[in-house]
Ligand binder design. Sequence first.
Ligand SMILES: [Mg+2]
Length: 239
Amino acid sequence: MLPIKLILFDLDDTLLHFDDYWEFSVKEVFSHHFFTKEMNVNELFDVFEQVNQAMVEKLDSGQITLDEYRTARFIRSLEQVGRIADEELAFSFESLYQSMSQKNMKPDLRTKKLIAELGNHYQLGVLTNGSKEWQLAKLHAIELIDVIPPEYVFISGAIGHEKPSPQIYQHVLGATSLSPDQVLVVGDSWMNDIAGPISQGLNAIWLNRKNKQLPETPLPLAVITELEELRAILLPQRL
Ligand SMILES: [Mg+2]
């Protein structure tokens, strides 16, 4: 039997999927923001999506921070359509995006059910990069805020360290008084949710929904394509 006591879920693209609310929300913001509302929203979205993808790769490989990612994706997209935007505009876009996209995030009933079942056997928590307010708003929107105790919600913006920096995993161990082998991280980012935790002795399961290639090392406990596969791995099997 595994010694795992605490399962820490990543939030973005693990408990809550961008694809479910992203395109609709971004277009909605472009058509409301004073700087973009006269522009062709569909064209701008296509550019934004491409730029965003390139920036996500930089973010995932640790070349830029979350704040840099958020401002750069806006400024560079506008640049590509011949408009000059500054950081202040990028922040105003981001804050409008945050307030408007929240209502497009819906709870996933299958995830809620799985979380309830896992909660009968393990302590559950969340380990996520982002600002405290925004990440809590997302947890609220997907109706998991009352399921995960606040002391097990670990948000980089509140802690002062981002995944995959070793300090954030050490912070979790200190705050929960658990040993590394008692903690399991489940998430979609190889760097943040697999390589980072394993380097500190934690367990990790990779949610690889898009079938990305698996790096050879380090080896996670398991690779899954849907969260529901956790049932077979982590719950005692009924005979
Ligand atoms: Mg993620």
